[in-house]
Structure formats: C-alpha cells, structure tokens
Design a protein around this ligand. Structure first.
Ligand SMILES: Cc1ncc(COP(=O)(O)O)c(C=O)c1O
Length: 383
C-alpha cells in the first residue's frame, strides 16, 4: 500500500513538523476554534448578504466555497477557486488563451476538454490546437514553440499516457506558454503539479475529491496572484460558480480522500496485475505495471499509481460490451473516482477520440473488497 509522505506539505508545521497531506485533508478548511463553533463549516445558502463589506452578493463569494478552497489549496500548495463543474474549471483556464492563440493538448485525453477546444477553434477564439502524445516529450517540445498554453493530463483519460511534467514545463517556459495540468485522475494525494513547476492545476472535483458520485464541481489551483484574480473575474462574470450544497458535499468527501486513495490504489494494483494475465484481455494500461510505458515516470512524480485501470478486451466491441453487461458488482457508468467501482467502454461515447481502441474498458476502482471486485470482473470477462 502506498503511503503519503509525512513531509509532503510545505504548510504550517504542527509541533515543529509539517502536516502530512493525509492530515491536511482532514484538518484544513475548518472554522476558527471558538466555544460552541461547529467543527465543520455549515452550508451557507445565500444569494444576498447584508451590505457593508465588499462582494456582498452570492456570485462573488460564499463561506462554504471558501472552506473548500482553503482545503484544496493547502493540499495542492496553491490557492484554489471552485467552479460549478470540472469543465467550467477547464473552460476558465482555456479562457486565458489570447484570441487566435495556440494550444497544445494531449491526444486521447478527456473528450470534453478536446471538444471545448475544437469549438473554440471553429469559432476562431483559438487559432490552432496542436494535439500531441503527451508522453513523447520531444513532440511536446516541438509543439510548444509559439504556443500560449500547454494543456497536460497525466495520466491521460483514458489512454493512460504519463507526461514528464518537469520536462514539459521547461519546454513551455522556453516558449513563454502557460502550463495547466488536469490532475483529476490523481487528486493532490497522488500528484502535485504545482510542485513540479506547472502554473495551473485543474480538477474535476466531481471525481476523487468528492468521492461519492453525488456532486458536480470543479477546482482550479494557481500560485500567481494576477492569474488568480483573472480566473476569479472569469468565474464571476461567466457565472459558473459552485453550488453551496455541492461545495459542502465535496469538502465532506475530501475528509476521507486519503483513506479512499490508499484503498483504491492498492486494489487497482492487484486488479491490473491479474487483468494483465487474463485470457480475455489483450492489453492493460496502468502505470503501476512495471512494463507500462509510464511506469518509471509515474514512480518519479506520483505517490502511487492512481486507481484507474484501462483494459482492452480480446475480441471486438460485442465482447467488450458483454463483459460490461455481465458485471454484477461493478456498475456500468461513466465518471470515476467514487467509492463504488464503475466501468465503461469509452468508445460508446460518440465524442471519444478515435485513438482510443474500440474495446478499451476504463475501470474506476472503488473501495469494495478487492476479492469481490476480482471475482465479479473475472466472471464477467469469461462469460
Ligand atoms: C480528466 C477530466 N477532466 C475534466 C472532466 C470534466 O469534469 P466535470 O464532469 O466535473 O465537468 C472530466 C470528467 O469526466 C475528466 O475526466
């Protein structure tokens, strides 16, 4: 089982030592300790505040968002802004590209981000989108020349390509481009891109940060004051603000992130190793496997290997679909990062990249008993 380093946070020391990320996930973003104060920030349902201070309207701020933002910011080592969904967070960052600007983006990455970029390109808002294999550092370096934004996903969703983030950052810096990393697959307990030099971290907090498949929310984390201010303005004027209830749910989910991550990562490793030997599986993509192309990079930059495993089923679409349909415990569902294990054949979505094999199943490993998960999966694949 992967442990989270005790000295991983640059944040305030407790009794002379920095708080671990596991502790921060529990301790950050709480109200001041006063007699009879609640331990948790309660949900504040308010569109309107009594006049007297700045930003006295609910589209500018809300105490429940602030608590979540403080906690996520501490975990990432930056300042967080919450948005109404992951894609709203992605869009706010894409809005940083100047009109007609150039964006480098990974092939086989999240289809929603690629679709948003394609739409921006069609309207002329973005001049060029250069898609590259983000694991091919030389290709990223070549594409970065003249770019304004280098977008990274690592591992990519769903091809599981692992980027050499420090090398990508260096190439982007040389080109004067901003680097944004969508770290949704990892959560800050597994990957901290700001520490690797990235300018921006994006999360679909809908996934691991929330962890319970009951809220849509996005987060952007940065260190630069001007960038933070611009993103805040984009949020206020674009109106993609998070809901109070969603913010509260995600903060509640965050309290157990370290336990969920430890458990699901350990199970993902077991399942990936067994799937790699399974007669009904052609290929497993999981950076925790020693022969995976992203293994050594993932070892160097991540704390563990995450809990998404992609498997290409032997045969064709019919075999892949019937394996999904035969599962009894695994839930056929899109999305990922919940306590419950889910799987889907990604190409069933019309918008998925053609680079993604038709038979690729994306498995999001939850926190159930690993032997129950294996028994169900093995039987479904053999059926
Ligand atoms: C990597 C990644 N980024 C962003 C998003 C978008 O997040 P949301 O669905 O919360 O808008 C997703 C959703 O699946 C995702 O997987």
């Amino acid at each position: 089982m992967t442990s989270i380093p005790a000295d991983a946070s640059p944040d305030e020391p407790a009794a002379g030592r920095p708080l671990s990320l596991a502790t921060l996930a529990v301790a950050a973003g709480r109200p001041p300790r006063e007699p009879f104060a609640p331990l948790n920030v309660p949900p504040t349902f308010a569109s309107t505040y009594v006049q007297g201070g700045p930003d006295d309207y609910g589209r500018f701020r809300n105490p429940t968002w602030s608590a979540l933002e403080e906690a996520v910011g501490r975990l990432e080592g930056g300042r967080a802004l919450a948005f109404s969904s992951g894609l709203a967070a992605v869009s706010a960052v894409l809005d940083e590209v100047p009109v007609g600007g150039v964006v480098v983006a990974p092939v086989g990455s999240y289809s929603g981000t690629l679709a948003a970029l394609a739409k921006m390109q069609r309207s002329g808002r973005v001049g060029e989108v250069r898609t590259v294999d983000v694991a091919d550092t030389a290709a990223v370096e070549a594409a970065a020349a003249g770019a304004h934004l280098v977008w990274v996903e690592s591992p990519t969703n769903p091809l599981m390509a692992v980027a050499d983030i420090p090398a990508v950052v260096a190439a982007a810096r040389a080109a004067g481009a901003l680097v944004a990393v969508d770290a949704t697959f990892c959560s800050p307990l597994v990957l901290r891109p700001l520490e690797l030099g990235a300018d921006v971290v994006v999360h679909s907090a809908t996934k691991y940060l929330s962890g319970h498949s009951d809220a849509l929310l996005g987060v952007v984390v940065v260190r630069d004051d001007d960038l933070e201010q611009r993103l805040r303005t984009t949020r206020t004027l674009g109106g993609a603000v998070p809901g109070t209830m969603e913010s509260w749910l995600v903060l509640r989910g965050l309290r157990t992130l370290h336990l969920r991550v430890q458990r699901s990562q350990a199970s993902a490793q077991v399942l990936a190793e067994r799937l790699a030997e399974h007669p009904a599986v052609d290929r497993v993509r999981f950076p925790g496997l020693p022969d995976d192309p992203g293994h050594s990079r993932a070892r160097a930059q991540m704390t563990g290997f995450g809990s998404i495993v992609c498997a290409e089923v032997r045969g064709g679409v019919a075999e892949a679909d019937s394996a999904v349909a035969a599962c009894r415990l695994w839930i056929p569902a899109t999305s990922l990062g919940g306590v419950e294990s889910t799987l889907e054949r990604r190409r069933r979505h019309a918008g998925e990249s053609v680079e993604v094999p038709e038979t690729l199943l994306r498995l999001s490993v939850g926190i159930e008993d690993v032997e129950d998960l294996w028994a169900d999966l093995d039987a479904a694949l053999r059926s």
